[in-house]
Structure formats: structure tokens, C-alpha cells
Design a protein around this ligand. Sequence first.
Ligand code: GLY
Length: 360
Amino acid sequence: MKTLRVDLGGRSYDIQIERGCLRAAGARLKGVCPKAQKLFVVTDTNVGPLYYNALKASLEAAGFNLRVHVIPAGEASKSPSQLSTLWEDMMDFSLTRTDAVIALGGGVVGDLAGFAAATILRGVDFIQIPTTLLAQVDSSVGGKVAVDLDHGKNLAGAFWQPKLVLMDPDTLDTLDDKTFADGMAEVIKYGCIADAAFFDHLTAHPSRLAITSDIESVLYICCDIKRIVVEEDELDTEHRMLLNFGHTIGHAYELAGHYETWTHGQAVAAGMVMAAKLGVSLGVTPVDVPARVVALCAAFGLPTAIPCDIQTYTAAICRDKKGAGADISVILLEELGRAVVHKLPKVQLVRLLNSFHQVL
Ligand code: GLY
């Protein structure tokens, strides 16, 4: 087992990475929630049928009383109405403040269950059991939980750190290639922003099969980078912004596809390529970097350019949380493995992005 400790004082927790650890969940939870008697498990219609029975057997063997709440798979479930249904079901189950909520699934399940845990009874313990690559390397670590509003994604949320992140790489075996690639965009991001040797490792293992042969190390490296960033800036006021490399531009692509045409990872991949090109044109990024990011994203079947018009870029940039006033902060690469926050006028950013599209 590989273990990482996220050191946040009283909110510290372990990330445990181990094949088959889903079946050891009962004993692991006893250790972190010693007073809990009831566990409220949130999962979805894709993940529940695959993994809930194994989890249930382990939790019941450890003496926990369980309730499972299955949400429809998909982003539409990250809604205030679904949150409200969860709250009511938690109260029907007579959950108390010493009990705990478990998220078994991908990012939607983790974000929704985490926000429900953060708010029910003014906060109960929460355990993440992420089952997608994207959730394992990104959303299950760091405590960001949220639901979407009609005005945009993740607009109502909280920072609510889990008590434990239990990561079973075996759960990745059932992902389709598109969903695996979605997570690879975030994996590639870590190489870009913080670890050139890791970027080279990924480049030397340019397929799902090659990466999966030592997936525990890949998960460990990604989570360790995220751990360091989160420990430095838990509440996302400065340094944590580096994790948004490719995301500001990626949000424009998600918007351009009405959140249906492109997955988050696909949009982030094209966003990272565009951010690399932007960095070159601003004199921040070495000229060879865009081609290297393109090659790695393409190797995993991720798009490296997405059509987008000037109005959509403008709309996405205006919505961005890093854009106060006339300027916006974007994340650029000083070199592969080193990211910086770069402030520039929003109008200049839109003009540059649009000019790249003229030559696509
Ligand atoms: N996914 C970016 C963050 O956790 O800050």
C-alpha cells in the first residue's frame, strides 16, 4: 500500500492507494471514524452495480449500519434538487453528527456527497472512495465539494476535507477508454505544472496499457503534487491556482460544447495546448513546449484543439473566478514542470486566443 498524509492540522487525512482496498474499507473506516455507527453511502447507477456489494460486505463485517443512496450517473445529478433529496434521505436514516458519509464513485458523486456531508447537521465526517481516474488524481483530494447552479458549474460549494481517501486502482479496470483519457488530461497536467521527469515518463509510456502497468506510482505522484499544493493553499487564494493550468481556456471549450460535446478532460487537454501556445506568444514558455503537450495529449486520444468563437471565449473569461476587474490570471509554463501565475488584460487574452483560431 502507498500512503500519503495530507497535512492540514486538525483536518489532516491519509490517501491510501492499494489494489483491492475497497474490500478492506470496513477496517480502514473503523480507524478514522471510531464513533460512527451509521454510514450513508452515495453512489451512482454506473458504479453502484459494480462495486457497492463488495463495499457493503466489508462495512457490514466491521459492524456498520448502512444506507445506500443511488443517484443517476451524470453531471445533471450535481444539482441543488439532488442535494436536497440526499439531505432528506440522511434524516430519514436518522444520521447523527458522529456518523459519516461515503462517496463511492467519480467526481459527480464525490462533489455532491461531499457538499451534503459538509452541510447536513452543520457537517459530518466524509470518506472518499473514488473510482474514476479523474476523481483519483484530482477531485477526491483537496476538499472542494459543490453542486452546479443554472448560472454555472460548482457555484454553490464548500471546502470540506475528507477523513480518508481510499483509492483502489482495480476500479479503473472497468472504465471505458474515453473516461480513462478524461483522467489522463489531469495526469498530464501534473507533469506540465510540477514534474518534468513525470512528463517524460508519460511520454515514454504513451498508452493506457503502458500507464496501467504501474498505475499506483502514477496515482501517487499526482496525489503527492496535489497534496503539496493543497497544504500550501488549502482555500485556493494563490498557489492552488496552479492546478488550473488549461482550465480557464478549457472552461470556454466546455461552454462552446454546451457541456455535452466535450468532457472536462477533453476541454482541459485542448486548454493546456492553447495555454502553452499563449505562453510562447507572451514570451513565457519555451517554443518546443506546445508540440510536446500536443503529442502527449494526442497519444491518449485527447483533442488538442477545439473550435471556439470570440463571444464564447469572452463569456468564459468573464465568468472565471480568477478574473477580478479588467485583468485575469492565467497559468502559464515557464518550462515543462514549472508553472507560474501570469496576469494580463482580459481583452488581450481574448484577442490572442481568437488569433490562434485563425491559424488552426
Ligand atoms: N481541481 C482543482 C483544485 O482542487 O483546486
